[in-house]
Design a protein around this ligand. Structure first.
Ligand SMILES: CC(C)(COP(=O)(O)OP(=O)(O)OC[C@H]1O[C@@H](n2cnc3c(N)ncnc32)[C@H](O)[C@@H]1OP(=O)(O)O)[C@@H](O)C(=O)NCCC(=O)NCCS
Length: 180
């Protein structure tokens, strides 16, 4: 079930921008002292959820984290800077982009280490899906990301349909081998 009550609201990308800073401690790292990929994904999920929350002003769940590049390793003692904003709002869902930098603690230099796209779905406290406010991109970059987000959604939908078809074919094959 979904409600229509928030649809007339339109927000800017700037109003969704969120940032998180973490210092990397030994508990976040592998045996080489590098940040664990799963820990980085957790930070990305949290920062992405903040942007989605600012956009929807209701509860959000992560439906997908569909693209992530780990470009550089992050070390114990580094400062991790994560920035997120909503790229596009759909019906009850929206795509959020998260970009991650590492700040060298002594020099202050910044290095891009990862990027990811996540899809969040808005729900109320009872788990009913909620319409999300519209999003108005303003800058050239925001307009580019707005267009790219639609192409990624179409790709996701095509991929989901392909998986569903493959699963049905496997199930049909299994049924056939049982009845033979
Ligand atoms: C995400 C979830 C609410 C979607 O429920 P559903 O019944 O499959 O919903 P629908 O198929 O009606 O789709 C609802 C919206 O989610 C989007 N969606 C659903 N699954 C998706 C996926 N795998 N990737 C991207 N978007 C997805 C749909 O495109 C749709 O968006 P729209 O309304 O903007 O067009 C449900 O699968 C769920 O609760 N998953 C668990 C979430 C969770 O626990 N996350 C981790 C902790 S926060």
């Amino acid at each position: 079930m979904s409600s229509t009550k928030t649809r007339s609201v339109v927000r800017t990308v700037a109003s969704t921008q969120s940032e998180m800073t973490e210092i990397i401690l030994p508990n976040d790292a592998n045996t080489l002292g590098n940040l664990l990929g799963g820990r980085l994904m957790h930070f990305i999920d949290l920062t992405g959820a903040m942007a989605a929350y600012r956009h929807t002003r209701t509860h959000v769940v992560t439906a997908a984290m569909d693209h992530i590049d780990f470009i550089q390793p992050v070390h114990v003692g580094d400062l991790l800077i994560l920035k997120s904003s909503v790229n596009r709002a759909f019906n009850t869902s929206g795509e959020v982009g998260v970009k991650v930098w590492v700040e060298h603690p002594q020099t202050g230099s910044m290095l891009h280490v990862a990027s990811a796209y996540l899809v969040f779905v808005a729900i109320d406290k009872d788990g009913n899906r909620q319409k999300v406010p519209g999003l108005q991109p303003e800058t050239a970059n925001e307009i580019r990301r707005f267009g790219d987000a639609l192409r990624r959604r179409e790709h996701r939908e095509a991929e989901a349909a392909r998986r569903k078809k493959a699963k049905a074919a496997t199930a049909a094959q299994a049924n056939n081998s049982v009845t033979i």
